[in-house]
Design a binder for this molecule. Sequence first.
Ligand SMILES: [Zn+2]
Length: 300
Amino acid sequence: MHRLITLCSAVSLLVGGSQAIAQQPDFSDTQIETTKLSDTVYMLIGAGGNIGLSIGADGAYIIDDQFAPLSDKIRAAIADISDQPIRFVINTHWHSDHTGGNEVFGEAGSVIIAHDNVHRRMSTDQVIQAFDAQVPASPKAALPVITFNDQLSLHLNDEPVTAYHQRNAHTDGDSIIHFPDSNVIHMGDTFFNTGYPFIDTSSGGNINGVIAANAFALTLADDNTRIIPGHGPLAGKADQEAYVHMLIQVRSLVKALVDEGKSLEETIAAKPTAELDEKWGGGFIKPDAIVTFAYQSLTQ
Ligand SMILES: [Zn+2]
């Protein structure tokens, strides 16, 4: 029997839990909060990854779908805006706090779209090393039906929206989604607006790719761009610039120790990010964890 490990519950392990196996969290009190970002684009916050939503004359589609038990609440929040069917779900990456609703939406007729590596990882058993979490393969209805290797555009609701794959960033299957007319970018988990980010090095993630993804997004952004992070509140260009600057500092601080031949344990013990920790280390990824992700990125 598989007991489902969600990323959300797994994350609690890093924060101080000791159980390697955790139950699906209770979402009964979770509310879906909707923010309008343009005439057609919205952001939905509930539990798990932030959702992007496009609604217009051609129908509705969403970016990510959080956890399965929230599907009815997500659908109700969308129904408050429009009675259009949800035609497509684009997954920014494979983690279950972003794809947990796939099975429900897929069975209801939504076509699921993602990078090739999202399909590859969701269709096989996975291990998220940082949380010692085993994630079983997803049922067929949850898997992406359309996959792409580089970029893909949707021409709906009078706006050409493009998903751009970001190589080896938070995972090896990340996409960021650009709404050029609405001036919105959904970053998936290449951007945590909560402090230091989780970088899933066991799924092909790498700090270099996270930096590159955010640098690329900044080339699409201006001072009015609304940036949807994978987690945390809506952001703007200045927030993203500060985030990239921090990641570049972390990388160079850890690289100096890697270049001296230090082990991972010695690098963690040296507390190379000490100056940054007060501002960035208060989220669910602690200083030791970001140092570990950077070290693995630079040595794997
Ligand atoms: Zn993730």
